[in-house]
Design a protein around this ligand. Structure first.
Ligand SMILES: CC(C)(COP(=O)(O)OP(=O)(O)OC[C@H]1O[C@@H](n2cnc3c(N)ncnc32)[C@H](O)[C@@H]1OP(=O)(O)O)[C@@H](O)C(=O)NCCC(=O)NCCS
Length: 172
């Protein structure tokens, strides 16, 4: 992979850019960061530093100029060329295709500019909305890790792995 860091991306409705400490009030109000504004400032400061490092991938997603969502590329392996994605969006904005649009832009960036070979998501069982974001972006269900994530009630959830390869993007 190329040692590049988070870059601003634009889609039809969204701007994806590196996090800023000043995003704290919007992300807390939107329910994207479930913490106090002070804790959110600390977290955003860490995210901004990570986003500035080579192979640090953190985006805040803005709709109409307001930060409403986050996408993170983590567990980056430059040797193997893979990145895991995590994301969330404000509850009031779900179901409008926004995360599908944002993830599409991130995939294009990771394959075309960062030269990743593989991108994947780990999705907790029952998270149908997240399955759909993956599927609508051409990611394939590759397998299930049984009882991989603990639940608050003491039980465990299975986790689906969705992945996409650079070769898959070429076939589109
Ligand atoms: C997962 C999440 C990011 C999706 O964002 P979003 O902007 O609502 O996603 P989109 O609108 O692009 O697509 C959602 C799809 O799921 C579908 N969907 C949502 N809830 C559903 C349900 N209970 N049953 C069936 N389909 C469902 C929507 O209809 C849509 O599919 P469609 O376009 O085929 O109709 C959002 O729900 C979220 O932030 N959840 C909490 C955090 C999270 O789970 N993150 C992912 C961790 S892997």
């Amino acid at each position: 992979m190329k040692p590049i860091c988070t870059k601003t991306l634009t889609t039809r409705r969204l701007i994806l850019r590196a996090p800023e400490v000043s995003d704290a009030p919007s992300l807390v109000a939107a329910g994207s960061l479930l913490m106090s504004e002070n804790d959110a400032r600390v977290r955003l400061s860490e995210m901004a530093s990570e986003a500035a490092h080579p192979l640090g991938f953190h985006w805040v997603v803005a709709l109409d100029g307001v930060a409403v969502s986050r996408i993170k590329g983590w567990e980056v392996s430059p040797f193997n060329g893979y990145v895991q994605l995590g994301y969330d969006i404000a509850p009031a904005l779900r179901g409008k295709g926004l995360m599908t649009e944002a993830v599409g832009a991130v995939l294009r960036f990771l394959f075309d500019e960062a030269e990743a070979n593989r991108v994947y998501c780990s999705v907790r069982a029952e998270n149908i909305a997240s399955y759909r974001v993956c599927e609508k972006n051409g990611m394939q269900l590759e397998g299930v890790m049984r009882q991989h994530y603990a639940r608050q009630d003491g039980g465990y959830d299975d986790v689906r792995i969705y992945g996409i390869l650079r070769d898959d993007m070429k076939e589109d």
